[in-house]
Design a protein around this ligand. Structure first.
Ligand code: NAP
Ligand code: GLV
Length: 309
């Protein structure tokens, strides 16, 4: 029984070491793998080449290195009937809540305006608003969206969330489904997208969505680039309907050199780093799941490929 590791950046070694320390009986191989494909029982992957996973006839489970599994769901040759497990681990969750809190506070405290003032050597106070005057609305009330909302609670913002199915979360006004979206947007001053990329969420952050927000709202996208219609955001920024944006994910990554976001004064960008899986803590979730499967028990955090997350 062996596990194949394929990560995007050079963190394969960290995974191999963490697995060796936590599960010494499990052999691990780094991708590209030239050995017997039949030996591979598990794959731990981020953006494997399309068709790669169907090479392994004895695969029992596919673990995504990340929370999002769109990199797997978009593979037309993904082997059928093999469970796909998304990443749920405390390091990834904590990192996302840090980033969302930083971005929310940055918009709340006018940091884009002060960056512009600094560039122009202007000293101008902007009247501060109390946190309770703003609503932070989180699209996606999954593991990450809920933790981000919990982390924001002590600041005193009004909090709202939107999901597919109804939810009840203390201190958070919850909306769901397409019927609940407009009301959620109408009250939201700082919009955070923490949705998985699916056919339903593709392009959700668009002209219509921005028009439903109160004028001067901020948009933070940490879900996936495919959820944002980039030209619609540029238009909304130019009209002032959206006052500023923090973007971590893009339709094309790395962001192409000539892209208007690079130099837009109302856009703060980061290179898809809002949160990263931490191999040292994530390994426990992966090992526990393999042990569950080997003991004939059900895997945790298996995605439903028919709904896309
Ligand atoms: P999750 O636990 O699966 O939660 C997904 C949430 O989205 C659920 O609340 C779900 O609603 C909601 N949702 C899905 N489709 C919807 C739709 N059509 N309409 C309304 N709500 C919908 O996922 P997670 O672990 O929180 O991760 C969320 C996403 O964050 C990932 O898929 C990934 O794309 C992104 N991410 C980004 C980074 C980064 O560094 N930028 C890092 C990690 C993750 P229900 O509760 O009703 O099912
Ligand atoms: C990162 O984008 C993830 O999905 O974990």
């Amino acid at each position: 029984m062996a596990l194949l590791i394929k990560t995007d950046i050079d963190r394969g070694d960290a995974w191999a070491k963490a697995l060796a320390a936590n599960y010494p009986e499990l052999k691990t191989y780094a991708w590209p793998y030239k050995g017997d494909p039949g030996e591979i029982a598990y794959a731990l992957v981020w953006q494997p080449p399309k068709g790669e996973l169907k090479r392994y006839p004895n695969l029992k489970a596919i673990f995504s290195v990340g929370a999002g599994i769109d990199h797997l769901a978009s593979d037309p040759d993904l082997p059928q009937g093999i469970p796909v497990v998304r990443m749920v681990e405390p390091g990834l969750t904590a990192g996302m809540s840090e980033y969302v809190t930083l971005a929310v506070l940055s918009h709340h405290r006018f940091m884009l305006d002060y960056a512009a003032q600094r560039a122009a050597k202007t000293w101008q106070e902007i009247p501060q608003l109390p946190a309770e005057a703003r609503q932070v609305g989180v699209l996606g009330l999954g593991v990450l969206g809920r933790d981000a909302l919990e982390t924001l609670k002590p600041f005193g913002f009004k909090l709202a969330g939107w999901s597919r199915s109804p939810k009840s979360i203390s201190g958070v006004t919850c909306f769901h489904g397409s019927g609940g979206l407009d009301e959620f947007l109408a009250g939201t001053n700082i919009l955070v997208c923490l949705l998985p990329l699916t056919p339903e969420t593709e392009g959700l952050l668009n002209r219509r969505t921005f028009a439903k927000l109160p004028a001067g709202a901020a948009v933070i996208n940490v879900g996936r680039g495919g959820q944002l219609v980039e030209n619609d955001l540029l238009e909304a920024l130019d009209s002032g309907q959206v006052a500023g944006a923090t973007l971590d994910v893009f339709r094309e990554e790395p962001l192409p050199q000539g892209h208007p976001f690079w130099e837009h004064p109302r856009v703060f960008i980061t290179p898809h780093v809002a949160s990263m899986t931490v191999p040292q803590s994530a390994v426990r979730a992966v090992v526990a799941n393999i042990q569950r499967l080997e003991a004939g028990e059900a895997l945790q955090h298996v995605v439903d490929l028919t709904r896309g997350y």
